[in-house]
Design a protein around this ligand. Structure first.
Ligand code: ZN
Ligand code: ZN
Length: 342
C-alpha cells in the first residue's frame, strides 16, 4: 500500500500538449477492477495516439502507457483469481465485457460493448499506480523482471500472436520486415517457432544484429529488391510487416509464395498493390490485432521458455518526456521503458 495519499503520474492535458509530471489522488479500484503498483511501463509508438489526440473520443487529461508491469495492490469486491502481491501486466486491450456477441464467440478483442484501450480510453502506466478491469490483466512469471516483461505486453504479444496465428508452419519461410521495437522481437519469435526466418531492413550494417537475433537470411532492402530476394528463396509464407513506409511494405508482396500472406502490423496511411499479384498467387493482405490478456500470458511464457527478450533502454518516470522523444526519434535500441522507483 502507498504511504502517501498522492501518487505521481505523467499526463497529457490536451491533444498535442506536453507530457507533464503531476501529483494525483490515489485511485480506488472499482468492483470489477484492480489497482496495480506499477514497476515498469514501456513506451510504444502508439502512445502518439494519446499524446496527439489521434484516437477518437479521448478524454483529457489522460495518462498514456499500455506496456505495464507491476504488483496487484488492491482488488475490487467482484474480482476472482487475483490477490494483492501478485505480479501482473496490462497491454493494449483494456478489457472486454464477456457477454456481447463477439465475446460469446471468443473474439474478445472485438468486444462490441465498448472499445477499451489502456492509456487511451482509461489512464495507463506512466504512473506509480493504475486501475485496470480484471479482464485486461495478465499474470507475469517470476522469472521475468518488470523491465524485461513490459515490452512483451504490446510489442511482444503483437508479433508473437500474429506469427502463431499466421498459418505458417515450422520450416516455412517467414520474413520479418523491419528491425525496430517490433521487428527485433518478431525475428526472435519467428526463429524460435522454427521458421526459416528472413529479416529485411535497410543497410548492410544491420545484418550482424539480424543473425544474432536468429535470422536465417538477411535482406538489405537498399541493396536489393525485397520481393525478388524472397522469391529467390522460394517465396515467403508470411511477411510480418512492422515498418510504416507504404512503398517498402508493398515491395514485399511480390516475394510471397503461393497462398502467402502479408501480415500488416505497421500503420502507413495507405497501402497499394497490384490485384494481379493477389489473384495469381492467391496471396493475401491481412491485419492482426495485438491480443488479449491470455495472449499476453502465452507470450510471456513462450519468452521465458525460449529466451526471447526485448532489448531496452530505461528511463525513470520523471524523465518520461525525454524518454518519449527518444522513442519518437527512432534512434532507441530498441524499446524504451519507464521505471518507477518506489
Ligand atoms: Zn503498443
Ligand atoms: Zn464484449
Amino acid at each position: 500500500m502507498a504511504t502517501t495519499a498522492k501518487m505521481r503520474a505523467v499526463q497529457v492535458a490536451s491533444p498535442g500538449g506536453p507530457l507533464e509530471l503531476v501529483e494525483r489522488e490515489f485511485p480506488d479500484p472499482p468492483r470489477s477492477g484492480l489497482r496495480i503498483r506499477v514497476e515498469a511501463c514501456g513506451i510504444c509508438h502508439s502512445d502518439v495516439l494519446t499524446k496527439d489526440g489521434l484516437f477518437p473520443g479521448i478524454q483529457y487529461p489522460r495518462v498514456p502507457g499500455h506496456e505495464v508491469v507491476g504488483m496487484v495492490d488492491a482488488v475490487g469486491a467482484d474480482v476472482a483469481g487475483f490477490a494483492p502481491g501478485q505480479r501482473v501486466g496490462v497491454g493494449w486491450n483494456g478489457g472486454y465485457c464477456g457477454t456481447c456477441g463477439s465475446c460469446r464467440r471468443g473474439d474478445f478483442f472485438a468486444c462490441q460493448t465498448s472499445t477499451l484501450v489502456t492509456g487511451i480510453t482509461s489512464d495507463g502506466g506512466y504512473a506509480d499506480y493504475m486501475i485496470a478491469p480484471a479482464s485486461a490483466v495478465a499474470r507475469v512469471p517470476d522469472a521475468l523482471s518488470a523491465v524485461a516483461a513490459a515490452p512483451l505486453l504490446c510489442a511482444g504479444v503483437t508479433t508473437f500472436n500474429a506469427l502463431r496465428n499466421s498459418g505458417a508452419r515450422a520450416g516455412d519461410v517467414v520474413a520479418v520486415h523491419g528491425l525496430g521495437g517490433l521487428g527485433h522481437l518478431g525475428v526472435q519469435f519467428a526463429a524460435k517457432m522454427g521458421f526459416r526466418t528472413v529479416a529485411i531492413a535497410r543497410g548492410k550494417d544491420k545484418e550482424p544484429l539480424a543473425k544474432e537475433l536468429g535470422a536465417w537470411r538477411y535482406v538489405d532492402s537498399q541493396a536489393e529488391d525485397p520481393g525478388a530476394a524472397l522469391a529467390a528463396l522460394g517465396g515467403a509464407r508470411v511477411v510480418l510487416a512492422t515498418v510504416t513506409a507504404a512503398d517498402a511494405m508493398s515491395s514485399t508482396i511480390a516475394g510471397l509464395g503461393p497462398n502467402g500472406s502479408l501480415l500488416v502490423l505497421g500503420v502507413p496511411e495507405k497501402l497499394e498493390t497490384s490485384p494481379f499479384l493477389l489473384i495469381a498467387g492467391r496471396r493475401s493482405i491481412d491485419g492482426w490485432y495485438s491480443g488479449t490478456a491470455s495472449d499476453s500470458e502465452d507470450t510471456l511464457a513462450f519468452s521465458e521458455l525460449t529466451g526471447v527478450r526485448s532489448r531496452n533502454e530505461t528511463f525513470p518516470l520523471e524523465r518520461a518526456s525525454e524518454a518519449y522523444e527518444r522513442m519518437m526519434s527512432g534512434d532507441a535500441r530498441f524499446r524504451v521503458v519507464l521505471t518507477m522507483a518506489s
